[in-house]
Design a binder for this molecule. Sequence first.
Ligand SMILES: [Ca+2]
Length: 262
Amino acid sequence: MVERSSRACHVLAAALLMSLAGCSVPYLADRGYDAAQMVGWRMGPAVGSQINLQITKIVQAGWGAYEGKRYGLIDGQLTSQEEIRYEFGLGPLYLHEVETSPKAYSNVVGFVRRDTLDPDYEEYSWDVSDFNDRGFFDIGASLNFFVYGLNFELRTAEMADFITGLFGLDLLADDVQRYEMSALMADLRSTSARTRHNAVRALRIRTGEDYGYASFHEPDVRTDLQRAAIGDWESHHGPRSAPVEPSGSTDVPDEDQAESEG
Ligand SMILES: [Ca+2]
């Protein structure tokens, strides 16, 4: 019996090795990036009092604000960032604003906070519809106790993305190595903040360059800061090419071009 199970183990191990040997380097690299994104944690000094418990954005409760530093595993990278966070609410009725600025050497894409004078400024930022550093399906908790705090999250959507990625499906359209550069460049023009965010993350990892792009809470708004960064990407890495298969959600006509023509 022992011999039989040992033989079965050997067969399985051989099959796994053969399948891995058949995998390309980009495939393996992307599975590594996916795996690193499944959990997030960070801690550090920050001034303020804040607490949040989240089991998806539908079931959450929290209150408070803090401003300071966090060190840890952030979007799959061991790095540090400045954070300013305000939040308050229960369940879907949850107000949330966040600004994060990762270290310059990091490839983590930060978030910019709306300002009162921004054209699209809205007085209330509803977490359930915003695009921010917390995923809709995240399960996590955070606490800041006057001068120090910590955050932890299980990123269940990233877990699903990792599992489907093993079978070749890029569920969250966030693969870094599998897409052509031209496809990533085209994604910079998407109206979807998530698609642009993924493209910027991939381009930063692949080229090691950062043109100051930071994500924004409104999925269909491109800020001046983002336009400038996209312009820099295009001038340094060539204009986006003719229609290519997008790696993310809907691509849209070039707003800048439409504006200059209109
Ligand atoms: Ca992926």
